[in-house]
Design a protein around this ligand. Structure first.
Ligand code: 5GP
Length: 193
């Protein structure tokens, strides 16, 4: 696979990485396109198939695994599989754009390992686990049990932060957005690919 660069944003859910990724996608000069993952989880709230994710059955997900269609995949939560199809990255590179990912820490580091030169791996750190809990509860899209599952995973994810190229601490959102913009623009504008 050749082409543009890969920008990975990973973080525990509720850290604000999706907001940061959406903001970067709106900065047209960065020439980014979002890698739409495939997932076996159900759509939440007003999520639409093909926008946030391609929602598929667990059975179809396993067929993709078997066929070697994924660049990376993870069972992020029990029975909830998520993965990046190789064809998704090829589609974006064929448009002459750079790929931006909103994926879990394991998937993010896997991409960095596969394409060390082409990848900028950024970890978004929430101010604290307590703040994370508050943010997840505010979303009102998930049960208490699922929120607790995400919190439990967050501590494990936080421990991987030092393996990323950069850590952005999302204490103040505007500061985090401007930091992300600076980082990504200098990475994509660099001549060397
Ligand atoms: P959510 O269910 O909140 O949309 O996502 C759960 C977690 O899965 C998030 O950390 C999200 O970034 C991650 N995720 C989404 N797509 C992918 C993917 O393709 N691969 C991996 N490894 N993780 C993903």
């Amino acid at each position: 696979m050749e082409g543009g660069k890969l920008i990975v944003f990973s973080a525990p859910s509720g850290s604000g990485k999706t907001t940061i990724v959406q903001y970067l996608l709106n900065q047209k000069e960065l020439n980014l396109d979002f890698s739409v993952s495939v997932t076996s989880r159900d759509a939440r709230g007003d999520e639409k198939d093909g926008e946030e994710y391609h929602f598929i059955s667990l059975k179809d997900f396993k067929v993709h695994i078997k066929n070697g269609d994924f660049l990376e995949w993870e069972e992020v939560y029990r029975d909830n599989f998520y993965g990046t199809l190789k064809t998704e990255v090829e589609r974006i590179w064929a448009l002459g754009k750079h790929v931006i990912f909103d994926i879990d820490v394991v998937g993010g580091l896997r991409i960095k390992k596969k394409f060390p030169e082409k990848t900028l791996a950024v970890f978004v750190k929430p101010p604290s686990i307590d703040e994370l809990k508050i943010r997840l509860k505010k979303r009102k899209t998930e049960s208490e049990e699922r929120i607790n599952m995400r919190i439990a995973k967050a501590s494990v994810e936080l421990a991987t932060a030092p393996q990323f190229d950069y850590i952005i601490e999302n204490i103040d959102l505007n500061t985090a957005l401007s930091e992300a913009n600076k980082l990504v623009s200098s990475f994509v504008l660099e001549e060397k690919i």
